[in-house]
Design a protein around this ligand. Structure first.
Ligand SMILES: [Zn+2]
Length: 306
């Protein structure tokens, strides 16, 4: 346990307060935006092999705090978080879920004070480091999600699940996230688990990327770490690129295979690039360049008008 906490702590120090899910608000997950379910899902559910599971007693491992927020909201968040925790544990069980804290600051000023930042307008939540046992008020390794109430309250039920599953997946994967794990893989995994089974058309969930692909643009490379903090308005597109790169891997290997790929990149031997190269070779029988070519075809096929 201690070793795991250390590894988790190291990763989080190097990726402090990873921004998450700016995308949801503009991706059609706000309440009142109709889901697009023409002919069922527009994409097979990559979470198929790993069934969601709702365990008894999850609530004992879940603390929801929200001083000053209406009880109806904290009750809603507790139900949402309980569902998301059950889902992510069904995909990736382990000690990460021994205790999860979800915090709801009463307003944006409170969010800024707690999260230490205020990201782009649509930022719905932020995941904060699991803390070492000796300093954490919530027990060893408790992960903390801070919700941005103003955004969260506008989300549809599906949007709330995407946000919470995304954040919890960061906790689930933290122990096998190496300091050299590329952010496209970190955020793409969280997005893939977050969106698994959500009946929303890809063109809507990845609207910014879809618009660029329709206009003839395709990425030349997987998004770099710097692109996840770019100030040029392309962050949403980077999240969407990361999501669809990881969803492509999950399409080929299943969600369990994507997780194995992730583990090898995060905790295998050698330097980060050689671990990534090794994972592409071992799991997909290709190189990074070969994967990028397949991903470009996947984006064109999935996002261009048919
Ligand atoms: Zn994230």
């Amino acid at each position: 346990m201690y070793g795991q906490v250390n590894r988790v702590g190291r990763w989080w120090r190097e990726h402090p307060l990873v921004m998450s899910l700016v995308a949801v608000v503009v991706a059609g997950l706000v309440a009142g935006v109709p889901l697009v379910i023409a002919g069922g899902h527009d994409h097979p559910d990559v979470a198929g092999p790993a069934r969601p599971r709702l365990d008894e007693g999850l609530s004992e491992r879940l603390t929801v705090t929200g001083s000053g927020v209406p009880p109806a909201l904290s009750d809603q968040v507790r139900r949402d978080a309980d569902d998301a925790l059950g889902y992510v544990r069904g995909v990736w069980d382990g000690p990460w879920s021994d205790h999860v804290v979800v915090e709801i600051p009463v307003d944006d000023a409170g969010f800024r004070a707690r999260a230490g930042r205020m990201g782009a307008g649509g930022e719905a939540a932020i995941a904060v480091t699991p803390v070492p046992a000796e300093t954490g008020p919530d027990g060893p390794g408790a992960g903390r999600v801070i919700l941005r109430r103003e955004v969260y309250e506008r989300l549809s039920a599906q949007g709330r699940q995407v946000v919470l599953r995304h954040e919890l997946t960061h906790f689930a994967s933290a122990a096998v996230t190496g300091s050299g794990t590329p952010l496209w893989l970190v955020e793409g995994l969280a997005e893939t688990v977050g969106h698994a089974g959500v009946p929303l058309a890809t063109t809507r969930a990845a609207a910014e990327l879809a618009a660029d692909v329709r206009s003839g643009w395709l990425p030349d490379a997987l998004p770099s770490d710097a692109q996840f903090s770019a100030a040029d308005g392309t962050i949403l597109r980077s999240y969407q690129e990361a999501w669809l790169a990881c969803r492509l891997i999950a399409d080929r290997l299943g969600l369990g295979g994507l997780i194995s790929f992730y583990r090898q990149v995060g905790s295998g031997r050698g330097d980060p690039q050689s671990r990534l190269d090794g994972a592409f070779r071992a799991f997909l029988g290709t190189t990074e360049a070969g994967f990028v070519a397949q991903w470009r075809s996947y984006l064109r096929a999935g996002l261009s008008p048919s």
